[in-house]
Design a protein around this ligand. Structure first.
Ligand code: BV8
Ligand code: ZN
Length: 250
């Protein structure tokens, strides 16, 4: 891919970079996205499976849907896009990896400064007393585990629709977004708020905003650069160009 010369220059000069990722970054690790034609929401209803109301109505159904996703994620490996983002982090003084994904593949690829806006699928806690539930999850056991402290229902530590995002994550993400010179939005349909507000916030604070996605999104017209392609293809090449441009500068 030929990248715009000015874009590479800006990337070589930047000190602070922030990246927002969505399900598209994990697609090439074999994890389904949500809103693609073959995505999770094509056959399943998010209100029933990714909302607190849905869990209250059918806790076992929701628990077992997350168990199905745990099985897929357990066998997934970070792809070249995750690995390139971990490498990109080493090139900048301040780098924030803000993700909507719950699969922890960014951390598995070596990313350090990660803000999980929608929680993660590894941790679980009691709906009633919030005690973390640290027992090993047997993904074939259909039974909803109960809290050893109060007997309450155990739930995945993800953020469902209608739930507040973890304060530390969203505040850290907003701080990085407001102080970066370059902001990437990668593999997200930009439909879910408040995560989808971050690229607009970055623009308002004067950052150059780059979108990487094989498709158009509701944010595309607002991006300074749209790199049409998959993250596993675009990112490794882009990181190599940044390394070269930085080398030429020094
Ligand atoms: C909240 C759980 C406040 C974890 C998820 C109207 C307007 C604005 C907001 C709202 C509104 N009505 C309701 C709301 C609030 C709601 C919301 O935004 N709804 C939307 C749908 C309108 N938001 C919330 O409820 C949030 N909480 O606002 O609280 C509040 C609360 C209480 C009281 C007062 C205030 C909570 C949002 C979190 C919901 N949890 N998931 C899980 O199970 O995973 S959302 C779910 O969507 C996932 O987290 C996912 O990450 C997220 C976003 O999806 P994407 O990651 O973008 O994935 P998607 O499939 O959509 O797109 C994939 C993209 O990748 C595509 O563009 C595709 O082209 C691209 N792609 C495909 N392949 C590749 C690729 N890109 C690169 N490479 C590839 N190979
Ligand atoms: Zn409890």
């Amino acid at each position: 891919m030929n990248f715009d010369k000015n874009l590479i220059e800006k990337l070589a000069e930047a000190e602070n970079v922030a990246v927002l990722t969505g399900a598209g970054v994990s697609a090439e690790s074999g994890i389904k996205t949500f809103r693609d034609p073959d995505g999770l929401w094509a056959k399943l209803n998010p209100d029933e499976l990714a909302s607190i109301e849905g869990f209250m109505k059918n806790p076992e159904t929701v628990w077992n849907w997350y168990n199905e996703r745990r099985k897929v994620i357990a066998s997934a490996k970070p792809n070249a896009g995750h690995i390139a983002l971990a490498k990109m982090e080493t090139l900048y003084k301040n780098f924030a990896l803000i993700t909507q994904n719950i699969d922890r593949l960014h951390q598995a690829a070596g990313s350090k400064n990660v803000f999980e806006l929608h929680g993660n699928i590894v941790e679980n806690h009691c709906l009633n007393c919030h005690t973390p539930y640290t027992e090993e999850i047997n993904t074939d056991n259909k039974e909803l585990p109960k809290c050893p402290v109060c007997g309450g229902k155990i739930r995945p530590s993800v953020v469902w629709f209608g739930e507040q995002l973890p304060a530390k994550a969203i505040m850290g993400a907003e701080k990085a977004t407001c102080s970066c010179q370059v902001f990437f939005t990668i593999g997200t349909s930009s439909e879910v708020y408040p995560a989808a507000s971050l690229p607009y916030l970055a623009k308002n604070y004067g950052a150059v905003v780059i979108e990487i996605n094989p498709r158009e999104t509701s944010f595309s017209d607002n991006a300074d650069y749209v790199l049409k392609g998959t993250s596993a293809n675009v990112l490794p090449e882009l990181v190599e160009c940044i390394i070269e441009a930085k080398g030429n500068k020094n």
